[in-house]
Write a protein that binds this ligand. Sequence first.
Ligand code: FAD
Length: 492
Amino acid sequence: METTEVVIAGAGPTGLMLAYELRLAGVDVALVDGLPARTGESRAGGIHARTMEILDQRGLLDDLLPLGRIMQAGHFAGLPLDFSDFNTRYPFMLAVLQSVIERELDRRTTELGAVVQWASPVVDFRQDATGVEVEIGGPNPRRIRAAYLVGCDGGRSAVRKLAGIDYVGTDATVTGMLADVELTDPPAQPFFGHRGAVGDFSAVQFEPGWYRLVVQRHDRVLERGTELSFEDFRTSFVEVAGTDFGMHSPRWVSHYGDAARQADRYRVGRVFVAGDAAHIHYPAGGQGQNLGIQDAVNLGWKLAATLRGNASDELLDTYETERHPIAARVLHNTRAQTALGRPGPHTDALRDIMSDLIDMEQVRHRLGLMITALDIRYDIKGEHPLTGRRIPDADLTTAAGATRVHELLRGGRPVLLVLDGNDVPAVPQWHDRFDIVRADSRGAHWAVPGVGEIPTPAAVLLRPDGYVAWASEEPAAAGLPEALTVWVGAPA
Ligand SMILES: Cc1cc2nc3c(=O)[nH]c(=O)nc-3n(C[C@H](O)[C@H](O)[C@H](O)COP(=O)(O)OP(=O)(O)OC[C@H]3O[C@@H](n4cnc5c(N)ncnc54)[C@H](O)[C@@H]3O)c2cc1C
């Protein structure tokens, strides 16, 4: 029987990102997908600031940025949210197709030695005290034994169902239909949208010459498996928009609903779910792929630390305690956005009021930080305002020259960052398990999303995902051994 350390079911953005994180830590993975090959379906239309930060800290963003289009604003239920004054190196949305992200992640993951095994659906598994035996179906049936199995196998996840995890939530009330097309008579602006009597429509230019047309119908719910032809799409679009903009040459036609469901557990023993396997919701605000990539980056280093014997099993439980509330919040805000999208004069009035409120800086920040996930604060013990938040990508100077925080995280190891000439706290029992970096911060303050300016700390312990496990304004190490025990493992 083939053996490995982690079987990842599903090579969408979540599975690919997890494979990257595990390979970076030297963990063996089998990355299997039920499809015969990548479909190239365009799917999600962009990524937000927190995902860009996460990709940048691994050196995965530089190649993606030129492949997308920078959009200064995102939206909440179609009401524009300007991100341009947010405290991040990436105060914008990057309009880049999911197919492009998958292609790039696939390339970088392959470089690290994780090659997708296509036509390899997970059809069953059994777990015992020491591992999971995963049964692969398809044309080459086989079994793979691993220490862990992670279901990144999408909304209809076989892993989730086989693990007996409930997928709880609400049914669809609205249907979105989309087509990626060329237009002979395009609207004047690259982004154009309008609300009508039974729904709304939008036309977004994704690539030169190519548009995504979307129509949302509140007067019907299409069953999940229903085929939608290009002609059906055109008819539905014209009913709402009054024109077809001369659409032709469809690349992709699809539909989706606003069913909002979440796995009631993210872990059953040695089996985990991540990405759409753990949560689905309406694509309002463009949050789903971001959630999945961030799930993967939260789980990857924890699995690696546990496999290397450094961490307690409870570290793995923090994947669910940290990520479940984040997805629950996204389900909640997408339900609100669906309600704000319903046609009719009552919703029109509500939207007018919301629009006025969004003009207030505090409201725009509150909603924008939620949609971009820049306001995430995990429940990590500690008084310092950075604890549990992601470290800003501050400019630094080390003995080797100019750098910035994200560059310290490229290797996916914990980092103890000691700033501005302060003494390195004495914690020798852990020294081989994290990098120590002494640096000068180029600025007395750091700007933290959702917090504002804070004095530059004396020392910060960073988890491999860039979230702060411990920070102090004093050179003393009070609380550091405790934080290391939780996040890096018991002392040697
Ligand atoms: C129209 C639309 C627009 C969207 N726009 C955005 C957006 O702008 N921003 C955003 O962040 N999100 C957006 N989303 C959501 C985003 O597309 C999903 O959240 C994302 O694809 C989830 O990635 P994933 O890797 O978790 O799952 P998936 O992409 O679904 O990948 C799952 C993989 O698992 C494989 N698989 C299935 N069953 C098995 C099995 N038994 N064994 C092995 N492999 C299996 C599948 O073949 C697939 O390759 C949008 C979605 C839609 C429909």
